[in-house]
Design a protein around this ligand. Structure first.
Ligand SMILES: Cc1cc2nc3c(=O)[nH]c(=O)nc-3n(C[C@H](O)[C@H](O)[C@H](O)COP(=O)(O)OP(=O)(O)OC[C@H]3O[C@@H](n4cnc5c(N)ncnc54)[C@H](O)[C@@H]3O)c2cc1C
Length: 375
C-alpha cells in the first residue's frame, strides 16, 4: 500500500516543522516523517538565541527577514514562542577584538545594512551592569534576543497539525528512491510517494542525501550548554565576545545559560552527543572573566546536541543538483534557530513552484558534492 502526497518532509526539528507548516499553508498535502519525536535533536538542545549579530553576510538577508518574523511570531504559529528582544551584545575584550568589530560594522554599513552598531564602555555598562568593567566596548543589536526552544517546538508542531500536516513520529526513513517523476520513501513500514522530498534531517542530513544518490561532504558538531540555578532577573541582553567562545544569557525563568560553541563528543554509534567536562571547564573561563559572580552559582545541568556542520559554516539550502525533486535544508552549523521562519518560507517557495526570490547560491548543495556513488 502506497500513501500518496504532495510533499514529504524528512526530520521533525524546527526546520522540518517550519518547511512543512509553510508548505501546507500554500495548499500542499504534507507528510512529515520523524525518526524519534519532534525536537529530539538540535532543536531541543538549542540555546535559542535569536541573533542577527555577527552573522555571515550571506545569511543576513534571511536573518533580517527572520528578525521581523520573530517579532510577529504569533501571526505565523499562534504563539510568541517566548521571544524576548533583550538585544545581543558582542563584547570587545582587547584592541584586536575592537578593530575586528568596527571593521565588520563598516563593511555592513557599506553594504547598506545598519542593524549592528558599536557602543562604548559607558553604554555597555548601562546595558549590562552586572558585567565586570574593563571591556573596550561592544557590537550591539537591540532587536535581537532569545526565545523559549520548547515552546517554539510546541507552537510549530501545533500549527502544523492545525494546518493539516500529517506528523508521523518514530518513523525513521530507511530507504528512498526516485522512480520516474516521484520519490518513494519508506519509513516505519509505510511507503510514501510524492514528487518532492525535503531533507531536514539535521545531523543525519548527509545520510539522507547519500541514500538519495547525492552524497555531500558535511560534518557534525556537538555543541554543549550549561544551565545554572535560578536567580533574580539581572541580565537583559545575550552576551558573546569577539574572538572568544562565549554565549551567556538569562532565561525568562531566571536560570543562566552558558555555551558558545564549545564541543562535546559524539557517542559510540553516532546516534547522540555527550558532554566533555574538560572542554566545558575551559568554556567557563571567558564567562568568569566577565561575570566572576557566576562562580558562586550552582550548575544544574549540562548537555550536548548534534548538528550537521559544513566547512564554510553556511547551511545547505536548495534543490539537489543530482537528485531531481529533492530539496536540502540542513547543516546550520550551530546557528540555525534564528533562521527557522524565513528558511521555512524559502522551502515552501521551492516546494510550491520550484523557485524562490531569495538568493541561495552561497547555500548551494552542489558546493559540497562528493564524487562518491550512493551506497
Ligand atoms: C547546544 C546548541 C546550542 C545552539 N544554540 C543556538 C542559538 O543560540 N541560536 C541559533 O540560531 N542556533 C543555535 N543552535 C543551532 C540550532 O539549534 C539548529 O541549527 C537547529 O535547531 C537545527 O534544526 P534542524 O531542524 O535542522 O535539526 P534537528 O532539530 O536536529 O532536526 C533534525 C531531525 O531529523 C530527524 N531525523 C534524522 N534522521 C532521520 C531519518 N532517517 N528519518 C526521520 N527523521 C530523521 C532527527 O531525529 C531530528 O529530530 C544550537 C544548537 C545546539 C546543538
Amino acid at each position: 500500500m502506497k500513501a500518496r502526497t504532495d510533499l514529504i518532509v524528512i526530520g521533525g526539528g524546527l526546520h522540518g516543522l517550519s518547511a512543512a507548516l509553510q508548505s501546507a499553508r500554500r495548499g500542499l498535502r504534507v507528510v512529515l516523517l520523524e525518526g524519534a519525536f519532534t525536537g529530539r535533536h538540535a532543536s531541543g538542545a538549542t540555546a535559542a538565541g535569536v541573533r542577527s549579530l555577527n552573522r555571515a553576510v550571506e545569511e543576513l538577508p534571511l536573518s533580517l527577514e527572520a528578525q521581523a518574523q520573530w517579532e510577529d511570531m504569533t501571526t505565523l504559529v499562534g504563539d510568541d514562542c517566548g521571544f524576548h528582544a533583550g538585544g545581543q551584545v558582542q563584547v570587545a575584550m582587547d584592541a584586536d577584538a575592537e578593530a575586528r568589530i568596527k571593521a565588520r560594522i563598516a563593511r555592513l554599513e557599506a553594504l547598506g545594512m545598519h542593524h549592528e552598531c558599536w557602543i562604548g564602555p559607558d553604554r555597555l555598562a548601562e546595558l549590562v551592569p552586572v558585567m565586570q568593567p574593563g571591556a573596550l566596548g561592544a557590537a550591539y543589536v537591540a532587536r535581537d534576543g532569545s526565545a523559549d526552544p520548547h515552546r517554539t517546538i510546541r507552537a510549530f508542531r501545533a500549527a502544523c497539525l492545525d494546518t493539516g500536516v500529517e506528523i508521523l513520529e518514530n518513523h525513521t526513513v530507511t530507504w528512498l528512491a526516485r522512480e520516474e517523476t516521484r520519490w518513494t520513501v519508506v519509513a516505519g513500514g509505510i511507503t510514501h510517494v510524492a514528487p518532492t522530498v525535503v531533507n531536514a534531517a539535521g545531523a543525519w542530513g548527509r545520510q539522507i542525501a547519500k541514500l538519495a544518490g547525492d552524497p555531500l561532504d558535511v560534518g557534525i558538531k556537538n555543541s554543549m550548554m550549561i544551565v545554572t540555578e535560578r536567580c533574580e532577573p539581572c541580565l537583559g541582553p545575550v552576551i558573546s565576545a569577539q574572538n572568544r567562545k562565549l554565549s551567556f544569557k538569562q532565561t525568562a525563568d531566571g536560570t543562566f545559560l552558558i555555551g558558545g560553541g564549545v564541543q562535546g563528543r559524539l557517542r559510540p554509534g553516532g546516534g547522540s552527543a555527550s558532554v566533555d567536562f574538560g572542554a566545558l571547564s575551559g568554556a567557563m573561563s571567558t564567562t568568569l572573566a566577565l561575570f566572576p559572580w557566576v562562580a558562586d552559582l550552582r550548575l544544574v545541568r549540562a548537555w550536548a546536541g548534534m548538528e550537521a556542520a559544513t566547512a564554510d559554516l553556511l547551511p545547505v539550502i536548495g534543490p539537489s543538483r543530482r537528485a531531481p525533486g529533492l530539496i536540502h535544508v540542513f547543516g546550520f552549523s550551530g546557528h540555525g534557530f534564528q533562521l527557522v521562519p524565513s528558511v521555512g518560507r524559502v522551502i515552501a517557495d521551492l516546494a510550491e513552484t520550484g523557485r524562490t526570490r531569495t538568493e541561495l547560491s552561497a547555500f548551494d548543495p552542489g558546493r559540497l558534492a562528493t564524487n562518491r556513488k550512493a551506497a
